[in-house]
Design a binder for this molecule. Structure first.
Ligand SMILES: O=P(O)(O)OC[C@H]1O[C@H](O[C@H]2O[C@H](CO)[C@@H](O)[C@H](O)[C@H]2O)[C@H](O)[C@@H](O)[C@@H]1O
Length: 278
């Protein structure tokens, strides 16, 4: 599981010009108008060599809690991680959350929506695990209703792994699709995506009636960018995405720049309410 920093050292980075300032201004000036949807890996938390190698910066969970309070609770995490994994990263804080790229979702009332893996998907996962034994460096992350195969430790195997994932998808049968991401292939149910998760959140309080601000760094985040664009919100891509095209209308350099805005807002909320820094 991801490491958490223990020292209290919220980022002292200045807010990055342009997008950082726009984001800060929207959330500070119109907290009743916007809802915030945040991806986790590569957006809130720096990427690491392995899925469990991530470090949650000190004070980040508390900062998210303060920003959420400022937005009347209209802050949700929308991630490829499972619900339980994402929750423990920010505990004791707990937020509305969409996991496995929207396959599972916990709304603001705590109601959970999820899909069970089919029997053919369970067999397909066993096939993938067995095939990966012959692919040194390929790391399998079984997330229950979805499964990821990471090639960050063995980039030369990308083509071979893609073949294995295509076979695995075939075995999984109807209702599943291949999701590409940063040095990873995933197989997940095709009935959900991050865009549909954002729409589902927006259909009930405290998100309802607000404009979505969606922030993410990867291909899976494109679905939520499209929703934000269609509804007149703000879509923000973290990093330049290399050769990948993005529908996002705004760009911010890196997770540090995202966190700078969140820590600044959280500090303002605490000053306004007279709360001590955690
Ligand atoms: O939607 P996200 O919150 O961005 O989650 C996407 C995937 O993130 C994780 O994989 C990525 O981050 C790892 C840790 O930094 C990195 O080693 C890997 O190469 C990245 O692809 C996670 O392991 C996946 O389950 C998520 O779907």
């Amino acid at each position: 599981m991801g490491q958490r920093e223990t020292a209290i050292s919220p980022s002292a980075a200045p807010i990055t010009p342009e997008t950082g300032l726009i984001l800060h201004q929207c959330l500070r000036e119109r907290p009743d108008r916007y809802a915030l949807f945040l991806d986790i890996d590569g957006t809130l938390i720096d990427l690491a060599a392995t899925p469990d190698g991530i470090t949650v910066p000190a004070g980040l969970g508390e900062a998210l809690g303060s920003v959420s309070a400022r937005l009347g609770g209209a802050l949700a995490l929308v991630t490829g991680r499972g619900l339980a994994y994402a929750d423990q990263l920010f505990a004791p804080q707990r937020f509305p959350l969409a996991g496995l790229h929207g396959t599972e979702r916990r709304d603001a009332e705590g109601a959970i929506f999820r899909a069970d893996p089919t029997a053919s998907f369970i067999k397909a996962k066993a096939h993938l695990r067995q095939s990966a034994e012959t692919l040194p460096g390929i790391l399998i992350e079984d997330k229950g209703a979805a499964i990821a195969a990471h090639y960050r430790q063995a980039p030369v195997l990308v083509e071979k792994l893609e073949e294995v994932m295509t076979e695995t998808l075939h075995l999984a049968g109807k209702g599943y699709e291949l999701q590409r991401g940063k040095m990873v292939f995933e197989i997940r149910p095709d009935m959900a995506d991050k865009g549909r998760a954002v729409e589902a959140f927006l259909s009930s309080p405290p998100f309802q009636g607000r404009l979505p601000i969606t922030i993410g760094d990867d291909l899976t985040d494109e679905a939520m960018f499209a929703v934000a664009n269609r509804l007149g919100g703000l879509s923000i891509k973290v990093g330049d995405g290399g050769a990948e095209k993005s529908a996002a209308t705004h760009q911010i350099p890196d997770p540090d720049a995202v966190r700078a805005v969140l820590f600044a807002l959280a500090g303002e909320v605490r000053s306004a309410t007279g709360e001590a820094r955690p």
